[in-house]
Design a protein around this ligand. Structure first.
Ligand code: LMR
Length: 400
């Protein structure tokens, strides 16, 4: 009965890892998926995470009962504080509802399902380009996806005027997806002044902000600075949604731990919204898993562990920044034609190189460098050892 099923293509990002795993070359390097690697090219479990896990294991009073539909209460409170700030007026006024979800993707999907059922406008504007999973998540939830201009290939920076023009032309009330920081795939963020202009425009048109915050702490190494865009939209008293992921900033990729917060007008609305979020979650996966959220809550609620986390987070962010400099220097040393300064100007996990599909496939074929076909490279996957090889591959790709 399933013979007619057509084979689906591999995922444009996770499929890169599938191809990489099949390659037996000793020089292969995977710069596809945004996952942090050490200088030795190994996945990293943070020391503070190991310590939190040990504490959880040693605590024999812990049981494996179901969590509530909305997840671990402590985790939800602490997550809201992390993104909105400890003294956020919205938290104090009890007008935020936060539910634990399956990392960033799950949080976006639950938010999208809620909007499709309970929000009057079903059009969501997402940046061009954006993370490959965004359009699928929103479309499958029943929203209609449109794009706003974001990246200018000529400057390899923000197309700010294009962004403003497209949001000005959007129907009032439309939902707008915003990357809170470290835009994926471009590594290009608005400045604070530009965020302020975006905020004013969106509020004047009644556009609903939906933040995707997958890299808090990764852009600048500072958790507060990386949440500033979100906090500006909360400080003005308006509504917004925010999806948080702990995959990158705590290295909890496979634990699938994240949160969706909806900032409402008042506490009564927030509690009704939460009741409807439960109606979305219960038939989808009943309630979320306990382990990852317990790790996060253990770290966030203990001052010393929190500080330890920020030190480890900063070390990851700094290593990525140093990879940017090393790659830039290596391109300069090879005298590769073109301006490569965007490698050091862009921020976060990714560099949007400007390399085209043919150049990328040449690099994969000839140099065993694996990356997404849009020319994005995960700087977090690079090391001092692999930079020269990548620079050779990029040099060959643009000069051939
Ligand atoms: C990425 O963009 O590489 C990450 O967000 C991982 C993923 O799930 O796509």
């Amino acid at each position: 009965v399933f013979a007619h099923v057509v084979r689906a293509p591999e995922d444009p990002i996770l499929g890169v890892t599938v191809a990489y795993n099949k390659d037996s070359s000793p020089v292969k390097v995977n710069l596809g998926v945004g996952a942090y690697r050490t200088e030795e090219g190994k996945p990293l479990v943070l020391n503070v995470v190991r310590r939190a896990e040990q504490m959880l294991v040693n605590d024999t009073s812990r049981v494996k009962e179901y969590l509530s539909i909305t997840g671990l209460a402590d985790f939800n409170k602490l997550s809201a504080k992390l993104i909105f700030g400890a003294d956020s007026p919205a938290i104090k006024e009890n007008r935020v509802t936060t539910v634990q979800c399956l990392s960033g993707t799950g949080s976006l999907r639950v938010g999208a399902e809620f909007l499709a059922r309970h929000y009057h406008e079903h059009t969501i504007y997402i940046p061009q380009p954006t993370w490959g999973n965004h359009p699928k998540i929103f479309t499958l939830a029943g929203l209609s996806v449109k794009y706003y201009r974001y990246y200018d290939p000529a400057t390899r920076g923000l197309d700010f005027q294009g962004l403003l023009d497209d949001l000005t032309a959007a129907p009032s009330g439309a939902i707008v997806l915003l990357h809170a920081c470290a835009h994926n795939p471009t590594g290009v963020d608005p400045t604070i002044d530009q965020w302020e202009e975006i905020r004013k425009l969106m509020r004047s048109k009644g556009l609903l902000p939906f933040f995707d915050s997958a890299y808090q702490g990764f852009a600048s190494g500072n958790l507060d600075a990386d949440a500033q865009s979100v906090r500006m939209f909360v400080a003005d008293g308006g509504e917004c949604l925010a999806a948080q992921s702990y995959a990158k900033n705590m290295g909890l990729y496979g634990e699938r731990v994240g949160a969706l917060s909806i900032v409402c007008k008042d506490s009564n609305v927030a509690s009704k919204v939460e009741s409807q979020l439960k109606m979305v979650i219960r038939p989808m996966y009943s309630n979320p898993p306990i382990h990852g959220a317990s790790i996060v809550a253990t770290i966030l609620k203990d001052r010393q562990m929190y500080d330890e986390w920020t030190v480890e987070l900063k070390a990851m962010a700094n290593r990525i920044i140093s990879m940017r400099q090393q790659l830039y220097d290596a391109m300069q040393a090879r005298g590769t034609s073109g301006d490569w300064s965007h490698i050091i100007k862009q921020i976060g996990m990714f560099t949007f190189t400007g390399l085209n599909v043919e150049q990328v496939s040449f690099m994969t074929r000839e140099y065993h460098v694996y990356m997404t076909s849009d020319g994005r490279i995960s700087m977090a996957g690079l090391s001092s050892r692999t930079v020269p090889h990548l620079a050779d591959a990029m040099h060959a790709a643009v000069t051939r």
